[in-house]
Design a protein around this ligand. Structure first.
Ligand code: AKG
Length: 295
């Protein structure tokens, strides 16, 4: 077990709260039981299979990436009527995949929490939503769900970013993420890497390259702390914490669920207002919505 990870406690203590405030995260093993992990994996298969079936039946749309899109933006996506969508690595034709192949090769699924009763339960779980609320100090409300899969050998990097850069909720400190390992997450298959304590630096400028990412001179990736987690472990982190996951260079897949929450007192603002707060010290906007291509 990595030194930064501990076994799941019965409850959140002041020590966890002060560690979250100081480092920007806490991580626990064994948050989910073996049965809960099995149910979540099955639910993920059922949702991905259903999307591919809907594509075959003409009930979901295939959307190609816009011309000129690169790397993480370049793959096709299958979008269902109810909004749930699945993204593939570029070069993959979802029409040519069986549902089983699609399940192995997808990169990201989003807005699926209402697509399966197992996920409806997990997003409200005491040790997920409940623990995050106790760490942030406020009742939390679900904002978005993603499932992130790094297929063996082709799973791509998610570059350095702060989750708040993608959002527009204030105050920034009332937004947080639970990242739930559904497979053992290792350095080789693309576990989470963090810059401990660097949420305290505030917003860092993002720009669009292979994805929306922090401008490289703002961070020192040599300080990155890898957080390896067994399946069923959960990482709870501030939406200001810089984090990244490397490519999967191993023969093992790496699936994770990511639930993003905001405090009950947080409010959604326009991208312009957000840009005045999610800004660097000189006042220049740092968010993805106001970022430039390689700028
Ligand atoms: O699970 C991953 O690979 C990266 C997830 C992440 O940081 C994100 O999508 O914001």
């Amino acid at each position: 077990m990595s030194p930064t990870v501990e076994s799941c406690p019965d409850q959140i203590t002041d020590l966890h709260r002060s560690r979250f405030a100081e480092l920007g995260y806490v991580a626990f093993e064994n948050v989910l039981s073996g049965d809960e992990i099995g149910a979540a994996r099955t639910a993920l298969s059922e949702v991905t299979h259903s999307l591919i079936k809907q594509l075959e039946e003409g009930k979901a749309q295939l959307r190609q990436a816009p011309a000129g899109a690169t790397r993480n933006y370049a793959g096709p996506r299958v979008v269902a009527e109810q909004g749930c969508a699945i993204h593939f690595e570029s070069g993959i034709d979802p029409h040519a995949l069986s549902p089983q192949e699609a399940e192995i090769r997808f990169r990201k699924l989003h807005d699926y929490d209402q697509s399966h009763p197992v996920f409806q339960g997990l997003v409200q779980h005491d040790r997920i939503l409940g623990f995050l609320g106790q760490l942030i100090g406020q009742e939390m409300i679900l904002k978005a769900t993603m499932a992130l899969s790094k297929p063996p050998f082709i799973g791509s990097e998610k570059p350095w970013h702060q989750d708040n850069a993608y959002f527009n909720w204030l105050p920034l400190e009332l937004v947080g993420t639970c990242w739930i390992a559904l497979d053992d997450a290792t350095i080789d298959n693309g576990c989470m890497h963090l810059l401990e304590g660097q949420h305290l630096r505030g917003p860092l400028r993002h720009h669009h390259t292979i994805d929306c990412e922090i401008v490289s001179d703002r961070i020192d990736a040599k300080q990155a702390v890898p957080v390896e987690l067994k399946a069923g472990g959960v990482l709870y982190f501030s939406a200001l914490l810089p984090h990244q996951t490397p490519p999967n260079t191993s023969p093992d897949r790496r699936r994770a669920l990511q639930f993003q929450y905001r405090g009950v007192e947080a409010r959604q603002v326009t991208k312009e207002e957000f840009g005045t707060v999610f800004a660097e010290q000189d006042g220049s906007p740092a968010s993805c919505a106001l970022a430039h291509e390689n700028g």
